[in-house]
Design a protein around this ligand. Sequence first.
Ligand SMILES: [Zn+2]
Ligand SMILES: [Zn+2]
Length: 349
Amino acid sequence: MKNVKAYSAASATAPLASDTIQRREPTETDVSIEILFCGICHSDLHTARNEWGGTVYPVVPGHEIVGRVAAVGSAVGKFKEGDLVGVGCMVDSDRTCPNCREGLEQFCPNGTLTYGSPDKHTGGVTYGGYSESIVVDERFVLRVPENLDLAGVAPLLCAGITTYSPLKHWNVGPGKKVGVVGLGGLGHMAVKFAHAFGAHVVVFTTSPNKKEDALRLGANEVIVSTNPDEMQKHAGSFDFILDAVSADHDINAYINLLTRDGNLTLVGAPEKPLEVAAFPLLMGRRSLSGSPIGGLPETQEMLDFCGERNITADVEVIPVQKINEAYERMLKSNVKYRFSIDMSSLKSE
Ligand SMILES: [Zn+2]
Ligand SMILES: [Zn+2]
């Protein structure tokens, strides 16, 4: 085992602070990664503060990891020292269930999350990307294109794939009218992808002052969702709507905007159950669904697509020492649109 600098939370109420954790020595199929940037996801905060329950302390969050390969095990074929790589929300799975066999590891009932999961190797729990380095089986390591801004690549590993995957699944492309609800970390990536896929993109927002930014990100139209007249004009016209709002909101207003057989997919997770009226679903055979991250093959496809089209997240880069402040600002949606931690800042700890 090797001692590694990290930032961890010691309890649900403790701020994140400098810590030392242990990483395993690479096995023959492992890749040891020096972490360069790690994005801050809302899940990090939920877990650090035990808002979903079950957090084991100390917890080292972070599942939007980009870095360089520092060493590889003897059986590793996909990577070599110096390669640019990424790690997302998962670091292992059973690899044998029907989901894993189809490359849909996000649905594996025996998956190992990047942080807070039982660690098969150490017997403890997994530690995430708010650290100097991480050791991951090569199957769960992704290639990162060399041409992209690395701070903006980090959020692709969670926010990116979480929006890319449902847009692909529901065949978003030319000739499709696509709505994005909520312009935050997830929503801004959805706008970029839907635009890149050639769809007509409409952003719903409660704040008219986000209009200019939405257009800059690739939206064709912006609808102020608090204006019923504006909403009514678009009734029955959307092929697909991606809902990235994690606060309580009226989902029926959006279901009404779907065309026949249109779909609304949730990628945000409001704390309270949503109230869904049956009639708007019945009339028009519309559907409501959800989607979590993506499997490894699709995550690689997304990263390659981003390399070809020069797509990254819009980020504010911070040193790790500013992480508690960043959490407070994230709660107020006061970031455009994701924080990315420059992990070289850990060296001074
Ligand atoms: Zn995440
Ligand atoms: Zn599986």
